[in-house]
Design a protein around this ligand. Structure first.
Ligand SMILES: Cc1cc2nc3c(=O)[nH]c(=O)nc-3n(C[C@H](O)[C@H](O)[C@H](O)COP(=O)(O)O)c2cc1C
Length: 365
C-alpha cells in the first residue's frame, strides 16, 4: 500500500517543535526504558523524527556509556530521558515491608517453577537523578526529556546554561501548569491510554483523565508547545491530537514489535495475541502505576499487601524480571503496552515511522 507521493509536500510538518528540536518531522520515538536501544534511537533519527534514549534510573557511568553508544550510530540530535523521582525515606517499617514482600515474591515465583534470589534491602542501590543530570551535561546532550516529576531549580539552571531544551511529562492540567511555571520548554501530555509508566507527580490518587480531555484542556490553559503521547498508532489518531492542539506526536507502543526493540520473540508473540481485557494499570512491578499486559505476577501482587513505594518495588523485582526473561517466562516479565491494540509490526523502526509519516500525508491531503 502506498500513501501519497514522496517529495510532494502535502502536509506542512514544520512547526515550533521541529524548529526547537532541529528535526524534519515533529514525531517522537518514545523513550522506553528496557525496550529502546541505541539502534532504535538512531533509526528514528534517520527518519527525520526525534529519537529518545531512555536512561531510566541508570547510574552516572551507564548513562555516559549509553549516550556514547548512541552517538557512534548517529550524528543527529536525540533526546535523553530520565526518571525524576524523589527517593522516599528509609524507615524500620519500610525495611520490614521489604523483607515481607521479598519472601512473598520468592515463594510465588517458586510456585511457578522459577527459582530466584532477590536482593536484601541493604544490597539495593538507588540512583539520584541529579547524577544523571551531570552525565547529560558532561555528554553535552541538548535535548532532555523526563518523567515522574519536575526537575529541581538547580538542575534546570545547569541544563539551560548548557543550552538544553527541556521536555517534561504531565498527566493532569495541574502538572502541566507546574512544568510551565518552572520554565520547562515543551510539555509532553501523557494520556491515560499510554503504555508504560504514568508520569504523574502531583495528584494522589493518580489522575485518570483520558487523553482527549486532557490534551484539549492543557492546550487551553498552558502556553508551551505540546507533544501528545498515548494511543497514537496511525494517521487518524495522530491527526486527532493535532486537531486538539498537539504540535508533536510521541509513539511508544507502535514500535514495541520493531526489529530494534529489546523485547524478545516470546514477548513480541504475547503482544501479538493481546486482547482488550489483558491491558491493565498496575503498581505491582515498580510501585508506580504502569500500563501493560496482565500476567500471573500482576494478578497475585495487585491482590496483595506486598507493593512497596517506587523505587523500592522496582529494585526488588528487577532480578525477578531478568530471570523470567532469560527463562522466557511470560508470567513474571513486565510487558508494558498502551490501549491502542494493533498489529505490532516487526519491520524496522525506520519503516514503521516512514509508513506513519506517509499515511498522515495521504490522509491529510
Ligand atoms: C515499554 C514502554 C516503556 C516506557 N518507558 C518510558 C520511559 O523510560 N520514559 C518515559 O518518559 N516514558 C516511558 N514510556 C511512556 C512513553 O513515553 C509514552 O508516554 C507512551 O508510550 C505513549 O503511549 P503509546 O504506548 O500508546 O504510544 C514507556 C512506554 C512503554 C510502552
Amino acid at each position: 500500500m502506498t500513501f501519497g507521493h514522496q517529495n510532494h509536500l502535502i502536509m506542512n510538518w514544520s512547526n515550533q517543535i521541529t524548529h526547537l528540536l532541529g528535526i524534519a518531522y515533529p514525531i517522537v520515538q518514545a523513550p522506553m526504558f528496557g525496550v529502546t536501544t541505541p539502534e532504535m534511537v538512531a533509526a528514528a533519527s534517520r527518519t527525520g523524527a526525534l529519537g529518545s534514549l531512555a536512561l531510566g534510573d541508570l547510574p552516572y557511568a551507564q548513562c555516559l556509556e549509553a549516550i556514547r553508544a548512541t552517538r557512534t550510530l548517529t550524528d543527529a540530535p536525540f533526546a535523553v530521558n530520565i526518571f525524576v523521582n524523589s527517593i522516599p525515606e528509609i524507615s524500620k517499617s519500610l525495611k520490614k515491608q521489604y523483607a515481607d514482600a521479598r519472601s512473598f515474591i520468592e515463594t510465588l515465583a517458586r510456585q511457578h517453577q522459577l527459582e530466584v534470589s532477590l536482593p536484601e534491602f541493604e544490597a539495593i542501590q538507588l540512583t539520584d537523578y541529579r547524577e544523571q543530570v551531570h552525565a547529560i551535561l558532561e555528554s553535552k546532550c541538548h535535548i532532555v526529556s523526563f518523567t515522574f516529576g519536575n526537575l529541581d531549580r538547580e538542575s534546570i539552571g545547569l541544563l539551560k546554561e548548557n543550552g538544553s531544551i527541556l521536555i517534561g511529562t504531565c498527566t493532569s492540567v495541574e502538572e502541566a501548569q507546574a512544568l510551565e511555571a518552572a520554565g520547562i520548554d515543551i510539555i509532553c501530555v501523557q494520556g491515560f491510554e499510554a503504555g508504560g509508566h504514568r508520569g504523574s507527580f502531583i495528584a494522589h490518587p493518580i489522575p485518570r483523565i483520558g487523553g482527549l480531555s486532557l490534551l484539549s484542556q492543557v492546550y487551553e490553559q498552558v502556553h508551551k508547545p505540546l507533544i501528545y503521547a498515548g494511543g497514537i498508532y496511525n494517521a487518524n489518531t495522530l491527526l486527532a491530537t493535532k486537531q486538539l492542539g498537539a504540535a508533536g506526536f510521541q509513539v511508544g507502543s507502535l514500535l514495541l514489535g520493531s526489529k530494534e526493540s529489546a523485547l524478545l520473540d516470546f514477548e513480541k508473540n504475547r503482544l501479538a495475541q493481546v486482547g482488550e481485557s489483558d491491558i491493565v494499570l498496575t503498581r505491582s512491578f515498580s510501585g508506580r502505576y504502569a500500563r501493560g499486559i496482565k500476567n500471573a505476577f500482576i494478578e497475585a501482587l495487585d491482590n496483595s499487601p506486598y507493593i512497596l513505594p517506587y523505587p523500592y518495588q522496582n529494585k526488588l523485582t528487577n532480578t525477578l524480571r531478568k530471570v523470567a526473561k532469560a527463562n522466557r517466562n511470560v508470567d513474571f516479565v513486565s510487558i508494558w503496552a498502551g490501549q491502542s491494540i494493533h498489529p505490532y509490526q516487526n519491520s524496522s523502526t525506520e519503516a514503521i515511522l516512514k509508513a506513519l509519516i506517509q499515511q498522515v500525508e495521504f490522509v491529510a491531503d
